[in-house]
Design a binder for this molecule. Structure first.
Ligand code: PMP
Length: 370
């Protein structure tokens, strides 16, 4: 078995600005590493245990309890640990919530929001109730711009637009229709106000754990709306009935997500997380605004706390910036291929030291190349 034994290198971790899968808290990685051969007292790795075992029952229960405590999720909501990524929710939401003859309102504030709307239109009538596409999605619509359908089945919004680096500054008031929120890139980045939401979903791979897990928080009133033709694996009601285990769930991703939730509780919960995230974002936006050399791409009032997007005077300089930053241990700063430029994703687990390192690098790069 020596074939599998890796030589032990000194561990060197770079600052990882990737938009997802993204950096995880180091104590979480260390714990996962420790538990990988055998969970304490169990004698088996978490990768090897049955999803129906008492051990996994406890892992799942604890993750749900921690999430409920952290995000203040009341008993009126179910917490589901699903698969298929946020993209599957683009389909599951309309499959379960869009009635025959009903209308769903979609706000289109970026490419993911647009994909969600296009997917929903396969299942029923979609009204684009607001979009800033003709402004290259550089801002979030104001509440006054929303053209809502009276009696809509639900209203969908993407709380943080990962590619363009915008974020809804506040949850809009939308009347009685339930709000459905794709919070893939900002769930748990600050305290969550669920009171106006019917359903919130997020892929775990940015703020909560490894890829393969999708978290859904759904109001009890919404889980039994799906029509008979919806496959069992894609019904919220079935997932609820089987405690997220209608079929085999992503046990490892759930276990690591559980560790991340524990870490969040230990550092002081979402209020503390929100304060740290705000400090990191302010530091970086201040560095961008201090000079003409860097230019933020999102309009100020719509700026994201999680994904900071900016440009340099030329594409040539942007390439050089990315190359030199990578050499300096600042990885993953290239903007999304559809928009170019630079993007620093600074999710929950991204350390403040890393933002300071980037700010120093930016000043030095401007001094030498500007
Ligand atoms: N929504 C948003 C806001 C995203 O950022 C992403 C992925 N980056 C998705 C949806 C799609 O997520 P997944 O790859 O988990 O399907």
């Amino acid at each position: 078995m020596n074939y599998f034994r890796m030589p032990v290198f000194p561990i060197h971790r770079v600052y990882n600005f990737s938009a997802g899968p993204a950096v995880l808290p180091e104590p979480v990685l260390e714990q996962a590493q420790q538990d990988l051969l055998a969970l304490p007292g169990i004698g088996m790795s978490v990768l090897e245990i049955s999803h129906r075992s008492v051990v996994f029952d406890k892992i799942l229960e604890q993750a749900e309890t921690d999430l409920r405590t952290l995000a203040d999720v009341s008993e009126n909501y179910h917490v589901l640990f699903l698969q298929g990524g946020a993209s599957l929710q683009f389909a599951m939401v309309p499959m379960n919530l869009l009635s025959q003859g009903g209308v769903a309102d979609y706000t289109v504030t970026g490419s993911w929001a647009k994909k969600a709307a296009i997917e929903a239109a396969r299942f029923g009538q979609v009204n684009i109730c607001a979009t800033t596409e003709d402004e290259a999605f550089t801002r979030i619509p104001t509440p006054g711009e929303l053209r809502l359908t009276p009696g809509a089945d639900y209203i969908h919004l993407t709380s943080n637009n990962t590619i363009v680096g915008t974020q809804w500054p506040a949850t809009p008031t939308v009347g009685s229709a339930p709000l459905v929120v794709d919070a893939s890139s900002d769930l748990l980045c600050r305290p969550l106000d669920l009171s106006r939401c019917g359903l919130v979903y997020a892929g775990a791979q940015k703020n909560m754990g490894p890829a393969g897990l999708t978290l859904v928080i759904v109001h009890k009133d919404l889980v039994e709306r799906s029509q008979e033709t919806v496959p069992l694996t894609l019904r919220y009601g079935v997932a609820v009935e089987h405690g997220s285990r209608y079929n085999t769930p992503p046990v490892f991703s759930i276990y690591v997500c559980g560790l991340v939730l524990k870490w969040l509780r230990e550092i002081g919960g979402l209020a503390e997380m929100g304060a740290r995230n705000q400090r990191k974002a302010t530091l970086l936006y201040d560095a961008i605004d201090r000079t003409e050399f860097y230019r933020g791409t999102a309009q100020t009032e719509s700026r994201s706390v999680m994904n900071v997007t900016f440009r340099l005077p030329t594409e040539g300089l942007e390439h050089r910036f990315v190359d030199q930053a990578t050499e300096a241990g600042l990885s993953g700063l290239k903007g999304h291929r559809s928009v170019g430029g630079l993007r620093a994703s600074i999710y929950n687990a991204f350390p403040e030291d890393g933002v300071m390192a980037l700010v120093e690098f930016m000043a030095e790069f401007e001094r030498t190349q500007g």
